[in-house]
Design a protein around this ligand. Structure first.
Ligand code: ADP
Ligand code: MG
Length: 314
């Protein structure tokens, strides 16, 4: 098929069906959309851009690319403890109708899983590389405080899931490693939306980040923002077996949550893990910093391991 479908047919045939919530998203097809939130709620917004050959390859297929675009945005809301509602799409056409159909199926798969709706966007023709962006809107209780800067001395550090699976998938997808067992984590990460919402709602954490750049790099964001050291025990960090720990901890794209918890809330967090049927692991604690706030990784003998690479740098 042609790359020549005009903008309005693309919008009408492919994007319009992703608009679940016609009543609320008043204004689709008009110059702007609008939605309402409750008096005691605040809106949380996040945006991600994905560029061909940087964040994805065309051969990854439209489904994987669309699905992942929405999932990584959802992960930012998860780290904010917000419930996702709507998203807007920046789309560059030029990859053909099959790609477009799969891309929308990927979006639909992810939006159905997390219960949200498209409300608008913009469409252009790609001149060379494809580029997609997504802006996501969620809500949380007004005045809520879940942020990177809120960690306190002696807080415990928790992480969800298992670290390194997505990087394993990246290496497998690019032919650098054999096997396929990481591909699902790489293409269809599972943003921890329910976890973020529950942490905030139950007052169990006020500091969280999602792991996009790498476990060590993202924990370091918490350290810098909170002006504390993060001490983690290598033996405690749940990691895939196929990678060495340096690769796993700096690989990135895990889309798990790292969050801090008061000591007295440790058991409540473990209870929450059972309730949500996910693994939540205590991997260390925050500590007053001697000089510059940093991540300190300790081995089984409590010796500090030298870290050269923390993660992906933009
Ligand atoms: P305008 O010229 O006023 O920006 P457009 O012609 O770009 O309007 O878009 C027409 C309508 O289609 C708008 O409501 C817009 O939100 C929607 N739209 C355009 N592109 C997309 C897209 N990629 N995804 C969802 N909605 C889109
Ligand atoms: Mg426009």
């Amino acid at each position: 098929m042609s790359n020549d479908l005009d903008e309005f047919s693309v919008i009408e045939h492919f994007f319009r069906p992703l608009i679940v919530d016609d009543e609320v998203a008043l204004g689709f097809g008009d110059d702007a959309a609008r939605f309402c939130v409750g008096d005691d709620e605040e809106i949380v917004v996040s945006k991600d851009l994905m560029l061909e050959d940087v964040h994805f390859f065309r051969r990854d297929g439209g489904f994987n690319i669309g699905s992942k675009l929405l999932r990584v945005n959802l992960s930012d809301l998860a780290a904010s403890g917000a419930r996702p509602l709507y998203y807007m799409l920046g789309f560059s056409k030029g990859a053909g109708e099959d790609f477009l159909r799969e891309f929308c199926a990927g979006l639909k798969d992810a939006q159905d899983e997390f219960g949200l709706s498209l409300i608008g966007g913009d469409t252009v023709r790609a001149s060379d590389k494809l580029c997609f962006s997504l802006t996501i809107f969620g809500v949380r209780k007004k005045g809520a405080n879940l942020a990177r800067k809120n960690a306190q001395d002696a807080d415990l550090i928790f992480v969800s899931g298992e670290i390194g699976a997505a990087h394993l998938g990246f290496l497998q997808n690019s032919g650098q490693l054999g096997g396929e067992n990481g591909l699902k984590a790489y293409f269809a990460p599972c943003p921890r939306v329910d976890l973020g919402v529950a942490l905030l709602k139950n007052g169990l954490s006020d500091c969280a980040i999602d792991v996009s750049d790498g476990f060590l790099a993202d924990l370091r964001h918490i350290c810098k923002a909170s002006n504390l050291d993060g001490v983690v025990f290598l033996d405690k960090i749940p990691m895939v077996k196929e990678l060495d720990f340096k690769q796993a901890l700096s690989g990135g794209e895990d889309y798990e949550l790292i969050f801090t918890v008061k000591k007295e809330d440790k058991n409540s967090v473990l209870e929450l893990a059972k309730k949500l049927k996910i693994s939540l692991t205590c991997v260390g604690y925050m500590k007053k910093s001697q000089n510059s706030a940093k991540v300190r990784v300790l081995d089984g003998n409590n010796n500090e391991i030298l870290i050269e690479k923390y993660g992906y740098r933009h």
